[in-house]
Design a protein around this ligand. Structure first.
Ligand SMILES: Nc1nc2c(c(=O)[nH]1)N[C@H]1C(S)=C(S)[C@@H](COP(=O)(O)OP(=O)(O)OC[C@H]3O[C@@H](n4cnc5c(=O)[nH]c(N)nc54)[C@H](O)[C@@H]3O)O[C@H]1N2
Ligand SMILES: Nc1nc2c(c(=O)[nH]1)N[C@H]1C(S)=C(S)[C@@H](COP(=O)(O)OP(=O)(O)OC[C@H]3O[C@@H](n4cnc5c(=O)[nH]c(N)nc54)[C@H](O)[C@@H]3O)O[C@H]1N2
Ligand SMILES: [Mo]
Length: 729
């Protein structure tokens, strides 16, 4: 039998003839690996390099134009000539090359790293500060705690040992840790289940719906109105203060800014006392439930574990600041297993830590190259394209948007990632040349000028490690294709500029695999941990490193000397955005899907769907009021756009909120202008406004909408997963 090991961001698996068998060291394999075969040969696969007809002859419009297939030689020349043209005419400030995060794994061929290295080698470009995941947190957490939001989290074992109350605040760890940036081993799951089995530990979720993790962990959920966490938290802080239930020693010795915060919740300036009754009115949690929760927090050693959704909101920075202020009043920050956490729920972060070493990547193994670079905050590309030369402050520093003319994208999918799709169409119209490296005809590929078909895992060579870094994988192709890896494409472009030596020392993927593996092996040898030879590793497709030791127990912020809860003269506050006050009365919450990695795997067999469409969770009372029945097709709309979804009626959600997961492919009736999306892409509805002037982060979770039963049987349903039209030329 022929067996091929295929590592991916949703798990590693063996391909045994036509069967998919989970990788033996994966402790809780997800069903997502079973999508592979339906995906690799999917009708939406881009078969050959393509160019938009109108891009060649100066006619037509992106989105309605046909594509023409070209050879790889023609494609590499076309891309290189355009890059040359814009470098010569406008310089590196005209070339946007951030690309994005979640395309294929590998230390050599990760699309984002390859394109960014290429562009740096060619002279530089425009990149982004922060990210979509934690854009607000990245800026505010260092101000509060003096360390990065992504620093190492507390060991789950320590939490199990010391906490009596564990609060998951806007977090869904059993879904968001299905995937990982490395190859997920899902070791965290057993610890989360252990937590739920302990009769002396209470788990409470604070969420807009009863999410999958709350259900699996048999935990209580306090349902909260979307975008009102700051009010709930501040009300609890007021209660702890006036009832003398807070840790005065911690506040006096470790916290700057408490008196300003106290003045705010006592209403010293605005005359509004932010007590539990005030909070209850806003957040939609009953006074009694709030009181009960506040007393539990006051009495029990607790761990507050935050997800990221509450900072992907208007004033998201202040939600993290409010939670940190509450944790400060409880006084457990830094104490064994207790306090607060911001990085424990995503990407298998709850795995136990050992004395492992990281594999190097192209930059760390070959040396970083830096061109003349320019920066915009993450999620501000639309703003920069529509308002070149505009000045904004990012983390109190002045930035000026460059004049971007060319976009080169790999490893990301813009029209599902970026809020406000109809604005994105207008913004992309301003770009003169758009190049996309992609395996599939995503909406981004369809709206590009030059499209290069990329090899996915199982079609290329690479090297990667597991999420716990104990396993090293050799990626190998199991069949020959016409696709090229991101590395090969970028190397060939570099060659056209006579810069392939700077890009990769003229090495190929197999050379680099060997160098990266041997470097790791040498580093382990210094600690008397011996790895097998490269040839043995390559032959076996993976190795599990033996002799690793568990690191001493760790609690985040245990070295904290002082924290700040008043940043730039502002404390945590509840300040609803215009969106919250607009004419649309219902909230749309857009969590990450258990069935996808963002937009990836939407075009595959294992999908969550209702009547063939993206599901929307609706409370039964809301459904009744709107005349909507289970499985009905519904139209969700606001001033920014409209989408279709399939109705799933459930009382697991707040009455005034609907839930649609982010990431469904954008399939509009017309790609060139505002039109109905028949496939439920939430970012047609969301707002591209920045979280605040501090971090300018994305706010995909702050959105108001209306919903109705969709009665128009005149719409002829198109295939939601089709390819671009390709013509002979
Ligand atoms: N399966 C899967 N896993 C993933 C991803 C994926 O696409 N699929 N994406 C990965 C990435 S890139 C990231 S950044 C992380 C994201 O990780 P998170 O940002 O933590 O994930 P979300 O699903 O957006 O939100 C977590 C929870 O917050 C809730 N929530 C939403 N709005 C509110 C609110 O106003 N108040 C409260 N209290 N709760 C709210 C949601 O209902 C959800 O249950 O996940 C990673 N993991
Ligand atoms: N409303 C709302 N919007 C959100 C969020 C939210 O919570 N709500 N979450 C945000 C967050 S946290 C994130 S991280 C972003 C995610 O945004 P993205 O990172 O853009 O998400 P993906 O859809 O995973 O895009 C990856 C793309 O890479 C392609 N790809 C796969 N393999 C390869 C490869 O080997 N090479 C290349 N070149 N391409 C490949 C895939 O086909 C896919 O089109 O979305 C953000 N958008
Ligand atoms: Mo993310």
């Amino acid at each position: 039998m022929i067996r091929h090991l295929i590592p991916s961001r949703v798990g590693a698996f063996w391909l045994e003839n036509e069967n998919i068998v989970p990788f033996e060291c994966d402790e809780a394999p997800t069903n997502l690996i079973h999508n592979y075969l339906s995906r690799i040969n999917h009708a939406t696969r881009i078969k050959n390099p393509c160019v938009r007809k109108g891009f060649l002859d100066g006619t037509g419009v992106r989105g309605s134009d046909e594509f023409i297939e070209i050879t790889w030689d023609e494609a590499i020349n076309l891309v290189s000539n355009n890059l040359k043209k814009y470098y010569e005419k406008y310089g590196s400030s005209s070339i946007y090359a951030e690309s994005y995060e979640w395309g294929g794994v590998g230390k050599i061929s990760w699309g984002r790293a390859c394109v960014q290295r290429l562009i740096n080698v060619l002279g530089g470009g425009v990149f982004e500060l922060g990210d979509y995941s934690t854009g607000a947190g990245i800026v505010i957490i260092p101000h509060i705690f003096g360390e990065n939001v992504y620093s190492r989290p507390t060991d789950l074992k320590e939490i199990i040992k010391y906490a009596k109350l564990v609060v998951f605040w806007g977090a869904n760890p059993l879904v968001t840790s299905k995937i990982s940036h490395d190859i997920p081993m899902h070791e965290h799951e057993k610890y989360f289940y252990e937590l739920s089995k302990r009769s002396d530990i209470e788990i409470i979720f604070i969420d807009t719906h009863i999410n999958e993790s709350a259900k699996k962990l048999n935990a209580k959920t306090i349902l909260i109105n979307s975008n009102t966490d700051a009010a709930m938290i501040i009300g609890i802080c007021h209660y702890l203060y006036i009832n003398d239930l807070y840790d005065k020693d911690f506040i006096n010795n470790k916290v700057n800014g408490f008196s300003e915060f106290k003045d705010y919740f006592l209403g010293k300036k605005d005359g509004i006392i932010k007590d539990l009754a005030w909070a209850s009115e806003i957040c939609g949690v009953s006074y009694d439930d709030l009181l009960d929760f506040a007393n539990k927090l006051a009495k029990n050693p607790s761990k507050i574990i935050s997800g990221r959704a509450i900072q992907r909101q208007h004033n998201g920075e202040y939600n993290y600041l409010a939670l940190s202020s509450l944790a400060a009043m409880l006084g457990y920050i830094g104490k064994n297993g207790l306090g607060i956490e911001f990085n424990l729920c995503s990407g298998c972060k709850g795995e136990s830590a050992k004395n492992t070493k990281s594999l190097k990547n192209l930059n760390t193994i070959l040396g970083e190259v830096k061109g003349q670079n320019y920066y915009i905050p993450s999620s501000r590309l639309n703003d920069a394209l529509l308002n070149p030369n505009k000045e904004i402050y990012y983390d109190n520093k002045l930035l000026k948007y460059p004049e971007i003319k060319l976009l080169i994208n790999a490893s990301g999918s813009y029209f599902t990632r970026q809020p406000n799709v109809n604005e994105s169409i207008k913004a992309w119209d301003k770009a003169e040349c758009i190049i996309t490296l992609e395996p599939f005809w995503t909406s981004q590929a369809k709206l590009s000028d030059i499209v290069l078909p990329v090899a996915i895992e199982g079609e290329r060579y690479d090297i990667e490690q597991s999420s716990n870094k104990e396993i090293i994988f050799a990626l190998k192709p199991f069949k020959n294709t016409n696709y090229k890896s991101d590395f090969q494409i970028c190397k060939e472009i570099a060659k056209k500029f006579n810069k392939s030596y700077e890009f990769c020392k003229d090495l190929d993927e197999l050379d680099l695999m060997k160098i990266i593996y041997n470097d790791l092996s040498d580093n382990y040898a210094k600690e008397n941990i011996n790895l097998p030879s490269f040839d043995e590793f390559f032959e076996k497709s993976f190795i599990k490193i033996k002799g690793l030791k568990e690191l001493p127990p760790f609690t985040r912020f245990s070295k904290l000397s002082k924290m700040n809860i008043c940043i730039n003269n502002e404390t945590a506050k509840y300040d609803p955005s215009d969106e919250m006050k607009n004419k649309f009365l219902l909230h749309l919450s857009t969590p990450h899907s258990a069935y996808r990695l963002h937009s990836q795997l939407d075009n595959s067999i294992i999908r969550d769907s209702v009547s063939g469409l993206e599901p929307v969770l609706i409370h039964s009372n809301l459904a009744k009021a709107k005349g909507i029945k289970n499985n009905d097709i519904v139209r969700i709309f606001n001033d920014r756009g409209e989408i279709l979804c399939g109705a799933r009626i459930s009382d697991d959600v707040k009455e005034n909120t609907i839930i649609v997961c982010e990431g469904a492919w954008w399939q509009p009736l017309d790609y060139t202008k505002k039109s109905l999306c028949i496939n439920g892409n939430v970012n047609v509805l969301t707002s591209s406004k920045p979280s605040s002037n501090l971090s300018h982060s994305n706010i995909g979770h702050t959105c108001k909408i209306d919903i109705e039963k969709f009665n128009d049987d005149l719409i002829k349903f198109k295939d939601c997963y089709d390819k671009a039209t390709i013509i002979d030329y």
